[in-house]
Design a protein around this ligand. Sequence first.
Ligand code: RIB
Ligand code: CA
Length: 288
Amino acid sequence: MTPTLPIALDCDPGVDDALALLLACAAPGLDLRLVTTVSGNAPASVCAANARRLLDLAGQAEVSVLAGEDRAVPDAVVHGEDGLLGLDLPPPSRPAERADAATVLARFAGTVIALGPLTTIAAALARGARWQRLVVMGGAIGAGNTASGAEYNFSVDPAAAAAVLAAGLRPTLVPLDLAREALATPAVIDILARACPIGRRIAPMLAAYAEQDRLHHGLPGAMVADLHAVAILDRPDLYATRPARLAVDETGRCREDPAAPILDLVVEVKAHSLFAHFAQRLGQLCQA
Ligand code: RIB
Ligand code: CA
């Protein structure tokens, strides 16, 4: 029996968060213990309902989902009013849970994967969190994806991003630059759609997300940044990292700073193998 890694996901589903959540449910070496949400692609309570709907789809409705604080979010353009670009899923099978997300996340001792703005992550650290490992999707060394040039997650809460990177946790950081190296093109989406019923179900959402990235960034596919933050734990052999020291400014933009604490920046992905692997994992989820 392969040892399983206890993980918690802090996310804002969100189209690419949805892919990451499905992979976290499918990977046999990952033991998803907790999902918390943060206001980003949609208000945290909407993201929590989306997380419950996705866990129902994955057959893991027992995983606890706690909503972070509802905050005003930028106009819901990229991920749609519902946060999932109209993904055809039934309402959640269970009601919202009431416990405080940051407090419960602070008590978790395993690996935390942050897929949204770092508001809840920073709040958990302020409550004394001591995690085994932190993986963060956020920031950009090159071009960002917001008007200011920053990456979205870091732009929504720059102070939280700066605090988390300055905390000396040596996080693994998946920047937006990596997502540009592994776009979910129509050919990739077709592979996922052919993998199994779940792949078929999410394909239209992913195609709509790819259309957003074509319109806003002139890209031939979708930047599914969050997927890599889970995939690097499932298949570390598909990724390469380098040590880096990054500081975050008041707009959320990153710059290399020799005075900043060290982190592990993800700089390379075997894109073709990653998507073939994800399709295989979706197939396993459908068989489960
Ligand atoms: O910039 C990419 C990040 O912002 C991802 O987490 C995606 O979900 C979007 O919200
Ligand atoms: Ca996200």
